[in-house]
Write a protein that binds this ligand. Structure first.
Ligand code: ZN
Length: 289
């Protein structure tokens, strides 16, 4: 764990979050307020105990209280390695975790938002566990990090996806289907959420997610993007997060140049800077509303 941001840790009992019934209450509500009060000192870290895996989630506080909580989700993990890089010696789950930690550290040093990771080690989390965390923690933004892979070895560049009922293109549709498949391996699905969320709430979630995705594209700087970098599809994890959410595919690990780029700390720093700009601007706009 990097030094600097984790000055103090507070352990809250599982009772703070309670049983499953509390999950929906936690959407932008009680849980967020409760957690905020636990970390009123600037830069203070808070560790919460959850009743089911992941059992502990560290929240990095912002410099000023009351800032939005950003949940960063490194895709895959544990028995689910995701795609394998073209070199064959690194997998998506390793690169997503690396990128997520670097993004967390950057956001923590800026101090403008509160931050948590869905996983900070090599563990398996179902899609439902990931999106349930967003709701339980009362996250304001959810950013899932992935790396693409394609049969065409020349395919490269980053893409940002937001939620839509209808996919923007066939490739987005296929990607969503393949990412959604992880759901079938998960024990205990949370399919009831779709019925619970009203259509109005869902439309505003989709609009806010699309705005965040556009911001990521606008703030991408020197990060290489694919043509039409903002795409849409019905990603289960984005839908059930219940908050503005994007899935960022940082590049193609099936491409030699992109793999080298994603493995380079300097190159990753550009991606991290771009994502941090977009996240902080979106969070600032959200706080003003
Ligand atoms: Zn993935």
């Amino acid at each position: 764990m990097p030094g600097g941001w984790s000055r103090k840790r507070i352990f809250a009992g599982a009772g703070v979050l309670g049983a499953g019934a509390l999950v929906l209450l936690a959407v932008g509500g009680a849980a967020a307020a409760g957690f905020g009060s636990a970390g009123s000192d600037p830069g203070q870290g808070v560790t919460l105990t959850l009743p089911s895996p992941p059992d502990k989630v560290a929240i990095i506080e912002a410099r000023t209280p009351g800032r939005p909580l950003v949940l960063i989700d490194p895709g895959h993990g544990g028995q689910d390695p995701g795609a394998t890089a073209v070199s064959g010696d690194i997998s998506e789950k390793q690169l997503t975790l690396q990128l997520a930690r670097e993004l967390r550290n950057k956001l923590a040093s800026d101090g403008r938002v509160r931050i948590a990771l869905t996983r900070d080690d090599d563990r398996y989390l179902s899609l439902d566990q990931r999106s349930a965390l967003a709701r339980r923690l009362g996250a304001s933004l959810y950013v899932s990090l992935h790396m693409d892979s394609a049969p065409n070895p020349l395919a490269r560049g980053a893409t940002v996806y937001s939620l839509s009922d209808v996919a923007s293109d066939a490739e987005a549709e296929r990607l969503a289907q393949s990412e959604n498949q992880a759901l079938e391996r998960a024990a205990g699905s949370d399919g009831s959420l779709r019925a619970i969320l009203s259509d109005l709430v869902l439309r505003s979630q989709m609009t806010a997610s699309a705005n965040l995705a556009e911001r990521v594209v606008r703030d991408s700087g020197s990060v290489e993007l694919r043509p039409q970098p903002h795409r849409f599809a019905d990603f289960h994890v984005l839908r059930s997060a219940g908050v503005p959410a994007v899935l960022f595919e940082a590049g193609y690990i099936s491409n030699v140049d992109d793999e080298a780029m994603l493995r380079s700390p300097d190159q990753r720093a550009k991606i991290v800077a771009a994502l941090a700009r977009a996240i902080e601007a979106d969070a600032a706009a959200r706080s003003l509303r």
